[in-house]
Design a protein around this ligand. Structure first.
Ligand code: DGL
Length: 272
């Protein structure tokens, strides 16, 4: 697609609305860039599915975004990054693709003083071990302790981000983690988790820094746009929201994630 002013949007996708935590950081860091966000809400969660299924879904979402015209792709989902990043890079060699795991690992390594780092994520992200590999690549002496917390995903999608149920769930998953592991940093290794940070923070306590990949991913994207010389030259930004199901729910809960109201009319339902 001919795009001399580099005004094509950046494509961003997740299994649902969790990736909006990354989109928010991207919109703040890159005020001139347009974005098209796709939440594959019809097939959420990805975190409990096989790598084969998740990769098939990711290839389909990327194909749709590519057809719409994008200049760069952000895989705003740790699960999809963990199992499908390489497949996407192979399938679309001309398209710059940025995942969220390397940025998240970098943020954690920068933050941690003791090198004892916890990672909470979906089952498949934890089982795949990508965070551990990335952290150890950057800090070989680090100790990484990973725990799957899959129930946080439907809580976030429901908008139950604080209060009794969120805290009880956090306590069930993480109640003994700090005592058992001595971590000083906890990676929120799923893009749905940052909205539950208050509940998680209450359980792990003030001695543990919570990090997520949103801001660091935005820095990676900015760097890649600059290196490839594809920064937008316009000041008129467009934000497009696509979902595979449930425009009303996407708008209701997504508005909370983005910190500004969204209407169901802002969300186009697409079929993959
Ligand atoms: N938000 C996704 C992630 O970052 C996954 C949630 C899910 O679909 O299980 O891993």
């Amino acid at each position: 697609m001919y795009d001399p002013d580099c005004t094509l949007p950046i494509g961003v996708f997740d299994s649902g609305i969790g990736g909006l935590t990354v989109l928010k950081a991207l919109t703040e860091a890159l005020p001139r860039e347009s974005f098209v966000y796709l939440g594959d809400t019809a097939r959420l969660p990805y975190g409990t599915k096989s790598a084969k299924s998740v990769t098939r879904y990711c290839l389909q979402t990327t194909s749709l975004l590519k057809e719409r015209g994008i200049k760069l792709l952000v895989v705003a989902c740790n699960t999809a990054t963990a199992v499908s990043l390489e497949a996407l890079q192979e399938a679309y060699p001309g398209l710059p693709v940025v995942g969220v795991i390397r940025p998240g690992a970098e943020a954690a390594c920068r933050q941690s003083e003791s090198g004892r780092i916890g990672v909470i994520a979906t089952e498949s992200t934890v089982n795949g071990g990508s965070y551990e590999r990335e952290i150890l690549r950057l800090r070989p002496e680090a100790k990484v302790f990973s725990r799957p917390c899959p129930l946080f995903v439907p809580l976030a999608e429901e908008g139950w981000c604080d209060g009794e149920i969120a805290e009880l769930t956090a306590r069930r998953y993480l109640g003994s983690m700090v005592e058992e592991t001595g971590i000083d940093t906890l990676v929120l290794g799923c893009t749905h988790f940052p909205v539950l940070a208050d509940a998680i923070g209450k359980v792990v306590g003030p001695g543990v820094a919570l990090v997520d990949s949103a801001r660091t991913t935005a820095e990676f994207v900015q760097d890649m746009l600059e290196r490839r010389d594809i920064c937008s030259t316009t000041t008129e930004r467009r934000l497009t929201f696509l979902a595979t199901d449930g425009a009303e729910r996407f708008a209701r809960v997504g508005g909370y994630f983005m910190h500004h109201a969204l209407s169901p009319d802002d969300v186009e339902i697409v079929d993959l």
